[in-house]
Design a protein. Sequence first.
Length: 302
Amino acid sequence: MSGEYNLSHLDELEAESMYVLREVAAQFDRPSLLFSGGKDSIVVAHLARKAFFPARIPLPFVHIDTGHNFPETIAFRDDLVEKLGVQLIVGSVQTLIDRGEVSEEKGFNASRNSIQTPALVGAIEEHGFDACIGGARRDEEKARAKERFFSHRDEFSSWDPKNQRPELWQLFNGKHQPGEHFRVFPLNNWTELDVWNYILREQIEIPSLYFSHKRKCVRRAGQILAFSEHLNLRPEEKSEMLCVRFRTLGDLTITGAVESNAETIEQVVDEVAVARNTERGGRMDDRRGETAMEDRKKEGYF
């Protein structure tokens, strides 16, 4: 099926994203790239490499480490940063917990997702970033669909979807007051299928978690979660070996897997092309309420 797609639009998406990245470098004094180790941030890193070639990527990578990340993700992050020769800044949720600055959730549905925000905001303030580039896309979730390319954040890192600037004719206004900053989303017009077709075309290396593999998992509320020491099991829950892959990567206590036999990028493309649920449909944090994502974003989330 993947061979049937007309991929000429990928050139337009690539050019648009590279233009956005260059605008960031031109308009801001201290930009950064938020890097999660997921496919979207990997694609943004690839686009940045092409946008600024032959020079190195002129901005640091920022990763907010919950302490509950997939080990494969951390290993991939470290390897890529070394290959690209960029600076890596890590905001540690565990450090904030140890200092008593944030409280960790308790119970069977506990996660560290919500307390990523103080770690991110702290990193932005500590390093004085005036722009943070992310890999979010409008098709991911209804709150994401409200985003501009340049998303203004106030001095408290809060996002007001009703107070964003027009972006007519791809003219971006990055002016801001001291203490304010922008979140920038070069992949706004991409879809999940676009991302995978681009990964296929560019032969971009991605973590093995995105391909089918056998893993000990737990079924919960219609979702499949990776079994780990960080997952609090209910008495009736039992782990089982399943053949799964992940469509999105995050804190492993909330990131749902899908049963799949897709072992190559071509097979993943075919699988995504016929999927009827969004990739974030397996994220337990997004299911906490109708406006869960938007509420987190208003507080300073990615």
